[in-house]
Design a protein around this ligand. Sequence first.
Ligand code: ADP
Ligand code: ASP
Ligand code: MG
Length: 598
Amino acid sequence: MKVLKFGGTSVANAQHIKQVQNIIKNLDENNIVVVVSALGGITDLLLRTIDMASNQDEKYKDSLQEIEDRHIKTIKELIPIQLQSAILSKVKSELNTLDTLAEGAFLIAEKTPQLTDKIVSFGELLSSYIISEFFVSAGMNSAFKDSRELIKTDDTFGKAAVDFENTNKNCNAYFSKTKNKITVIPGFISSTAQGNSTTLGRGGSDYSAAVVASAIDAEELQIWTDVSGMYTANPRIVKQAKAIPQISYEEAMELSHFGAKVLYPPTIQPVLSKNIPILIKNTFAPEEAGTLIAKNDNAQGKSVRGISNVEHITLLSLEGPGMIGIPGISKRFFEVLSQTGISVVLITQASSEHSICVGISDVDAAIAESLVNKAFEYEIATNKIKPVLVESELAIIALVGDNMKSHQGLSGKMFSTLGKNNVNIRAIAQGASERNISAVIRKDDVKKALNTLHEEFFEENIKQLNIYVMGVGNVGSRFIKQIQNQKKYLKKILKLNPRVIGLSNSRTMIFDEDGIPLENWDELLAKGKKADRTVFFNTVLSNNHRNSIFVDNTASETIANTYADYLKHSISVVTCNKIACSSDYKKYSDLKELSREY
Ligand code: ADP
Ligand code: ASP
Ligand code: MG
C-alpha cells in the first residue's frame, strides 16, 4: 500500500485536480490511499470567515459566497453534466450547514476553538468528497472515507494530539476490508472520542498522511506539492536552491522544524519508527526525481544539507547581577512560558549564567513579556534582575546536516560569511546533536543571509557580485563593455558572476535586481527615472544584496564625498575618480581606514 498526499496548490482547481488524477492513474499499485488538502486558499478563507462572523462583520457572507463559488465551479468543470446534480446537492447541503455554523458565530459574537475546528474542517471535507466523486465519474475504482472516523485525537482543538492506539485500530479495521483500489480521505481533520471535529495544526494534511501510512504499514509515503522536493533553501527566497535528492529523517525533521514549510514538522515521527520512506514530488513536474527521505540517507556525505529560516521571531533576554546567586531562575523562566503554551524555538545561555535568552514567535511576545515580568516581580523590584528585554522582528537561519559534526570550521565559515556582508548576529545556538547551527538575525537581512550562505556552501564557490555603477562616460561605458565581454571568463577562471544592478548618469538612473541586460543598457538608461544620488544610495541599502559594490566612474567631487557612507554599510567602493584618492591626504587615509574597518 502507498499513501499519497496532495497539498492545497495541487488541488486548487479543476485543472490541477486533473493533473492529480493523471498521477494516480499511472500508478501501478493495488491499494492507494489519497489524502487531500482543502482547495488552495480555502482554509485561510474559512478562518477569515469565522473571524469576521464572530466580530459581527456582515462581510463574512461574502467570503462564504466565495467558498461556495469555488467549489461549485470545480464540480462543474470536473464532473460530466449528467452526474452533477447529486454531487451539487450534497455539496450545497454541506455548505448550508457551514452557513448555519458561521451564522451562529455571528449571532453570539463569539468563536471557540471547538467551533473554529468544526468550521475549518469543511475545507478538506468538501475537497475530498469532490475529488473522490470525480475519480468515480472517470471510471476509477475509488471510494471516499471520512478521516474523522479513522484518526482519533484528544480535545486540543486547533492542534490536537493523535491517539495512536485507537487510530491504528480504526485504520487497520477499515483498510484490511476495503475492496476499492483507491480511497480518498480528507487531510488535516480528525475527531475526539466523542466525535467532535478536531484539526492537526496548520499544514497538518502531511501529518494525517503520515499517521495513516504508519497505521497500515505502507511501503511508501508520497507528499505531492508545488515544488520538486525539499530544497537546499527555500526556493522562493534563494533562486539558486536545488532539490536535495536524498536526505535522512533527522535532517529533514531539522529543516522542517526550522522553517522548510514543504513538510509539516510532526510528519516524520510516525513514519520514522516504522522506517517508511517519504518521497516528496512535484504535482506539476512529476518527471522530476524529487527528494527521498529515509534512514541515514546522507549518501553523498555532504556536511551542510540545507539552510532554513524561520521568520517572525522575538528574543526574550533575562539578565541581571542577581541571576548568578538565585537558584532555579531558568526553571521558573521556562515554566512561565510553557504554562501558557508558548513554544520556545531556540535557547542560549552564557556559561556565567548571567543571562538567558530564548527565541519565541512574535505573536507570543506581548503576553510572554508581561508574564515573565510578573513572575520575577520581586527580583525586578529589588534590582536583582532587569525587566525582560524584548526584541521583535527577528528571524532564525539554520545550517542543517548530519555530517556537520565531523567538519571543523563550519560555524566559523558561517559567521564570517555573514559578518562580511554586514549581517548582524543577535544570538547563536548549536544543537547538542551538532546537526544544526542557528543564528538569530534581523528579519530584513534574511534574504541576503540565505543567499550568501547558499553561495558559500552550495554554489561551487561562484561568487555573485552586485554592482552599482555611477557614471557612464568614456570610462563608465568601457567598464560595462568589459563586464559584458568578460562574463564567461570571470565565471570560469575567477569564479565570479558580476551583475550590474544599478546604473546612473547625471540625468537618469535604472535598477534591476536580476541584473540589467548589458546589451542595450544605454537605451534602458535613457528611459530611466530622474537621477538622484540620495535615492541611488538608499536603493543600494534597501536592496541589501550580498557582495554589493559601488563603482564610481564619474569625476565628481560630490560623488567622491559619498564613499564613506557606502563603506560604513560594508558596501565596497571601486573608483577611477581621482578626487577622493589624490586630494587631501587625510581624506584618503580616512577612507582607507573605513574600508579596513568594514
Ligand atoms: P502544500 O500546500 O503542498 O502542503 P506548502 O505550501 O505547505 O505546500 O509547502 C510547499 C512550499 O514550501 C513551497 O512552495 C516553498 O515555498 C516552501 N518551502 C520553504 N522552504 C522550502 C524548502 N527548503 N524546500 C522546498 N520548499 C520549501
Ligand atoms: N488545509 C490545511 C491548511 O491550510 C492543512 C494542509 O493543507 O495541510 O493548513
Ligand atoms: Mg503543506
